[in-house]
Every structure is written in structure tokens, then in C-alpha cells.
Ligand binder design. Structure first.
Ligand SMILES: [Zn+2]
Length: 283
């Protein structure tokens, strides 16, 4: 499984789709559940990162379920057949009417459905990809708990952080403990919870773990409700921008005032990632 959340190109801090963006794509395409794949057009063979079977085996199969795990979209097409999609950095996956012209330049795959739609996968920078996976449980076996499920509780977060010396920010980004959180929602959750991002994960008290657990759920849900955060590339499955950028409190706001206390928001590199926080609110 390729984890592509750690890409930094030169000085550029890149923005990648996280759980709320991928979930917004899923929700906006959910009406295609049940449709049958008529044909798949693949313009770049190497965009398929793993083949457990040949791609033409998906022809005439129905999309039984359109789900998500972490930052991955999953089209289940029956037992042993999953088409898994990762948007990487600049990837988009959206529907068009089957007779609409495709104007984008870097379209790597088009999935023609029997419901009058086609699903388009484009990714100019090609950090994303498609995975043809037989056993999805195995594919995701190293991925941590989904933060918006009942399994992710304050007690669980407290338990998995015990004795961990890694910075809590890096812990949240690691995907194998809690999945789907990237740079934006880690910074926003830690600000809302009042916890410094460079604190060792193991130093969180039970009360802090509770605040952080609730903050993570809140910032992710708020973003899903706004169709995700669009700075540049991200679009939902209807090729529309998200609106969550207006809800952000600290991410991308270095040298601006903390909306909570008025202190200037600082930016430091923690675990190789640009990290925004308020030194006054976050202890
Ligand atoms: Zn503050």
C-alpha cells in the first residue's frame, strides 16, 4: 500500500486530499452504486499500481458498493473484485454524462457505466493510482481505526498513545493508528483540542485524549458537511470545489491572528511537515 501523504516537493508544502475530501467524492458519486461497467478505457497502463487480476475482468460487473477506507475510495464489484482509487496529490475522480466531452488534459482512465454516466480519473502529477485488489481486508491490514466510527473513542486514543515518544502531530499522520488524517486536519484538531503538536503522544492525559478525540471527529465532520477543503486541485465527484477552507482556524494561517485568543499563529516543521499552531492556546 503506497502511503502518499508525505510528499514535499522542494520548498512547496503540498496539499493532499484527506478523509473529508475522499468521503465527499464518495458521497457525491453514491448514485452510481448498482450501475454496471460497460467498458474501461485506460490511457496509461502504469497508473494501475497493482494488478491482482486483469482490468478487463471488471467489464459487465456491477458496482455493488462504493465505500472508503482512510484516504482510499473502494468500488466493490463482487467477491474478489475491488477497484481501489487513491487521489494522491492532484487526482480527481468525478462523473460526467456519457456524451459530455472530456476537456481535462491528464485523464488516465474512464469507466463507462450503463446508467448514462462515465467516471473520469485524472491526475496530472501521478502520485495517485488505481489498484485492482482481490482481498481488500489484506490490502488495508496495516491501516488504523476510522476516526468517525464508534471504535475511535477517547479511551482508545489514550490507550494507543501510551509510551509513544513520537510527536502527537506525527502520530496522527501515521495512518497505521488512526487513518485518514493529513496535515490540515491534524493541525486543526490539535488547535481545537488545545494541545501543542510537538508534545510526545505518550504525554497526553486521559482528559487531553478525550478533547483530541472529540476535536478530530468535529473537524472531520465539519469538513465533510462542507464538501471538503479546496486550496487548488481538490474537487468532489461532481467536479465542484469544497467550502471548508472558510472553517479553518490555523492551517495555512501563519502570521495571522489566532481566532481564539488573538496571538500570532506560528509555523514550525514537525516530523518534516509544516505545522501551524497557537503557542498561547495550545499547551
Ligand atoms: Zn490562540
Amino acid at each position: 500500500m503506497g502511503e502518499t501523504d508525505r510528499i514535499v516537493l522542494g520548498e512547496e508544502e503540498t496539499y493532499l486530499p484527506e478523509l473529508p475530501e475522499v468521503e465527499s467524492v464518495r458521497r457525491s458519486l453514491i448514485a452510481n452504486q448498482g450501475a454496471k461497467i460497460k467498458a474501461i478505457e485506460l490511457n496509461r497502463e502504469d497508473i494501475v499500481r497493482r494488478h491482482d487480476f486483469a482490468i478487463d475482468r471488471l467489464q459487465d460487473k456491477n458496482i455493488r458498493e462504493f465505500s472508503r477506507r482512510g484516504k482510499y475510495l473502494i468500488l466493490n464489484l463482487g467477491p474478489g473484485y475491488n477497484l481501489i482509487i487513491h487521489l494522491g496529490m492532484s487526482g480527481r475522480f468525478y462523473q460526467l454524462n456519457e456524451d459530455s466531452d472530456i476537456t481535462a488534459k491528464h485523464v488516465h482512465a474512464v469507466i463507462w457505466l450503463d446508467n448514462g454516466k462515465k467516471l473520469v480519473y485524472e491526475d496530472p502529477r501521478r502520485f495517485g493510482g488505481l489498484y485492482l485488489i482481490k482481498n481488500r481486508k489484506q490490502f488495508f491490514n496495516r491501516m488504523g481505526v476510522e476516526p468517525l466510527t464508534k471504535e475511535f473513542t477517547p479511551a482508545y486514543l489514550h490507550k494507543i498513545t501510551r509510551n509513544r515518544k513520537i510527536a502527537i502531530k506525527s502520530f496522527l499522520l501515521s495512518q497505521n493508528q488512526v487513518c485518514g488524517i493529513g496535515n490540515i486536519y491534524a493541525d486543526e484538531s490539535l488547535h481545537l483540542a488545545g494541545i501543542r503538536p510537538d508534545r510526545p503522544a505518550g504525554s497526553l492525559t486521559a482528559g487531553e485524549a478525550e478533547r483530541l478525540c472529540q476535536a478530530i471527529k468535529k473537524v472531520l465532520q465539519q469538513s465533510i458537511d462542507s464538501q471538503g477543503t479546496t486550496f487548488r486541485d481538490y474537487r468532489n465527484g461532481l467536479n465542484q470545489e469544497g467550502g471548508n477552507q472558510s472553517n479553518l482556524q490555523v492551517y495555512g494561517k501563519d502570521k495571522e491572528q489566532c481566532p481564539n485568543c488573538g496571538e500570532v499563529i506560528c509555523k514550525q516543521t514537525i516530523g518534516g511537515r509544516g505545522t501551524h499552531f497557537c503557542e498561547k492556546c495550545q499547551k
